[in-house]
Design a binder for this molecule. Structure first.
Ligand code: COA
Length: 179
């Protein structure tokens, strides 16, 4: 459980949803807030659609060690976003995607995946906002527990997730198999 004091770092403006690709998208309002990187910049958080795939790929490819794996091709992401509507979000400066999070659930547990913020925009609470948005959406669908996977050498990510209240489940190891 964590709470964000919006006034600490930004102005929050609620925006009306318009222009969503289909009527069933956009169950939550878009959020806009300002960051200062030498100039005031308005960042908007809104639901991801497959139209953002090319920009997502640029973001994922910019990360050290490839964040792209099996199931990250265009068709798989399209299927993923359609199956998990209202849960995955992007942070946009004008129309540029500067960060994103994918989220899904199986009816019991939620999962957050592929969170990133482009390097030049980091430490402005953009990831915090993205996670908050997906968690709010997951909660609205009845989910009460979330899992994330973190590479154990990714110290920045570990510090980030700890800062927003996530804790390591020490008794678990992740096992996997390609099928
Ligand atoms: C991890 C990541 C998403 C954080 O994005 P961000 O927008 O910079 O994060 P926030 O600004 O919301 O950070 C919130 C808090 O997390 C902690 N934190 C974030 N990045 C940190 C870092 N590099 N070192 C230490 N603490 C950090 C801080 O406590 C920070 O609060 P503060 O700025 O007031 O000190 C970003 O560094 C990233 O994209 N990394 C590469 C991709 C990745 O590792 N993704 C996670 C996969 S599990």
């Amino acid at each position: 459980m964590y709470e964000i004091d919006a006034n600490e770092f930004c102005i929050i403006i609620k925006l009306k949803i318009n222009g969503w690709p289909s009527a069933s998208r956009g169950t939550l309002d878009d959020i806009a807030f300002r960051i200062n990187l030498g100039k005031q910049m308005e960042i908007v958080i809104k639901e991801l659609s497959v139209d953002h795939y090319d920009q997502l790929l640029v973001g994922w490819k910019s990360l050290p060690g490839s964040a792209i794996g099996i199931g990250d091709d265009y068709d798989s992401i399209k299927k993923y976003l359609n199956r998990n509507r209202g849960l995955s979000y992007g942070a946009f400066y004008n129309s540029k995607l500067i960060g994103a999070i994918l989220a899904d659930h199986d009816g019991r547990r939620g999962k957050l995946n592929h969170l990133y913020v482009l390097e030049e925009y980091r430490k402005n609470k953009i990831a915090t906002r993205l996670v908050e948005k997906s968690i709010t959406a997951l909660k609205s669908q009845g989910i009460k527990r979330i899992w994330i996977l973190i590479h154990n050498t990714n110290i920045d990510a570990i510090k980030f997730w700890e800062s927003i209240g996530f804790k390591e489940v020490e008794i678990l190891k992740i096992w996997g198999k390609n099928i």
